[in-house]
Design a protein around this ligand. Structure first.
Ligand SMILES: Cc1cc2nc3c(=O)[nH]c(=O)nc-3n(C[C@H](O)[C@H](O)[C@H](O)COP(=O)(O)OP(=O)(O)OC[C@H]3O[C@@H](n4cnc5c(N)ncnc54)[C@H](O)[C@@H]3O)c2cc1C
Length: 402
């Protein structure tokens, strides 16, 4: 499905397409295709970030006054769509799309001048310290404490499920600075250096054996007060802004459609067990067709939200709908890939990465090798960024008025 593009948008799309054809390295593309996790490993992600930064396109979502490209919402969507169709890796969003908007919207001039260029250069690699043991869906119950001591905060507590904390040199955290007020009003937003005494990172291996998430412990960690973003007690409002950004203006459908096309192509060579090819099997075609229709419907919704954003309206609760639809679809597409490859699709290599010179040899192909790990990893889609149940509650309350 295509939106009706203006001649300028078509020229823009063609420019992006040509750039990707000439500049997306085979190694990066191969790395993206063989990564079971949502965020690719930093060696792949940072290489791709650097190429986009050289072109001036890395900060494409930022406002022009802080170094953005000035693209329209349609152009931003086209860029993400072309990247997905070219097989480029997902960008490392934690710095670029999560903390950067917080810094340029709520930060001091000094914070903007210091942190934003370091995100673009790759000097800083960020992780997100929101969830805690006992505070995930009910985030406002978080307990990590920051106590003011002169011009420092002393931080104690722990953060849970922290993606890529083992790679990061910075963490943005929600911390409790006041226990006497309503729980949301006692939360503040702190930027913390990971490389300092008192911080330790404990790996958590996921179902497929990936080291993607961690638990992070803080023991008397000393943080300068100038690392507070906004005012003390403003952290909850900032977190809501960040989560809306995380869910809003999404572009999930192109990647899902790309993956479905890749699966459809591979089915042309895959035996159906009765002497024919899977691609000609009626049940297979029906299953693939249904998923494709769901992905196209999702793209329609994403484009509708985009049109609303372009006309100045906030994305609103539809973003919960796209998060849910995309998460369910992602899991179904990854299951289809496992089924496509039959016995080879059940291979579960626990060595990482599955690209590069030291990668284990696949039983059948690099695509079949990653299928099971992807399927297991995508169980997390209906949990991170707000679980499906939480999204359903938002939709029930704000859209259906229940
Ligand atoms: C792979 C992965 C990466 C993550 N990365 C990060 C990260 O980088 N930084 C970070 O801060 N967090 C991260 N998270 C944490 C994620 O945001 C939380 O896991 C999520 O918010 C759910 O919280 P919880 O795990 O504590 O589950 P709970 O909140 O304990 O939920 C358990 C179950 O109860 C249900 N439930 C809870 N409350 C309600 C309710 N009110 N109504 C109906 N059902 C409810 C939930 O839907 C779920 O099924 C990550 C999680 C995963 C799986």
């Amino acid at each position: 499905m295509d939106i009706e593009l203006s001649p300028e948008d078509i020229a823009f799309r063609d420019e992006v397409r040509a750039f990707l054809a000439a500049n997306l390295p085979a190694k990066v593309k191969r790395g993206a295709a063989s990564s079971p996790t949502v965020f690719v490993e930093p060696d792949i992600g940072q290489d791709w970030n650097a190429i986009l930064q050289d072109k001036g396109w890395l900060s494409y979502q930022w406002p022009e006054e802080v170094g953005g490209t000035g693209w329209t919402p349609v152009q931003r969507y086209l860029f993400e769509k072309e990247c997905a169709l070219a097989g480029a890796p997902n960008l490392t969003v934690l710095g670029l799309k999560l903390v950067a908007p917080v810094i340029y919207s709520f930060g001091t001039p000094e914070q903007k001048a210091y942190y934003l260029p370091r995100i673009l250069s790759g000097e800083d690699y960020w992780c997100q310290g929101f969830s805690e043991p006992g505070a995930g869906s009910d985030l406002a119950s978080l307990k990590t404490q920051a106590v003011r001591d002169g011009d420092r905060y002393i931080v104690n507590g722990s953060k849970m499920w922290t993606t890529h904390a083992h790679w990061a040199n910075k963490i943005f955290c929600l911390v409790r600075t006041d226990n006497e007020v309503r729980k949301q009003a006692g939360i503040s937003f702190l930027l913390i250096d990971m490389d300092q005494p008192g911080i330790s990172v404990r790996p958590i291996l996921t179902l497929a054996g990936d080291h993607e998430v961690n638990q992070v412990f803080f023991e008397d960690v000393s943080v300068p007060v100038e690392n507070l973003v906004g005012e003390e007690g403003q952290g909850w409002g900032i977190a809501k802004f960040l989560l809306e950004n995380e869910r809003g203006g999404s572009c999930h459908a192109p990647k899902l459609l790309y993956d479905l096309d890749t699966i459809a192509e591979a089915a042309a060579d895959q035996p159906d067990g009765r002497g024919g090819k899977l691609a000609d099997d009626r049940d297979w075609k029906r299953r693939l067709g249904k998923l494709k229709l769901r992905a196209q419907a999702l793209e329609m919704i994403e484009l509708k939200i985009l049109a609303e954003i372009a006309s100045g309206r906030a994305p609103g609760p539809q973003t919960s709908l796209t998060k849910m639809l995309a998460s369910n679809l992602r899991q179904d597409v990854d299951l289809l890939a496992v089924d496509l490859y039959g016995a080879a699709g059940l291979e579960l290599d626990r060595a990482r990465p599955l690209y590069g010179d030291n990668a284990p040899a696949p039983l059948e192909s690099p695509q079949s090798q990653v299928a099971s790990a992807r399927y297991l990893n995508s169980r997390a889609w209906t949990i991170f960024g707000g679980t499906n149940e939480v999204q359903a509650t938002i939709i029930a309350k704000t859209v259906l008025g229940l």
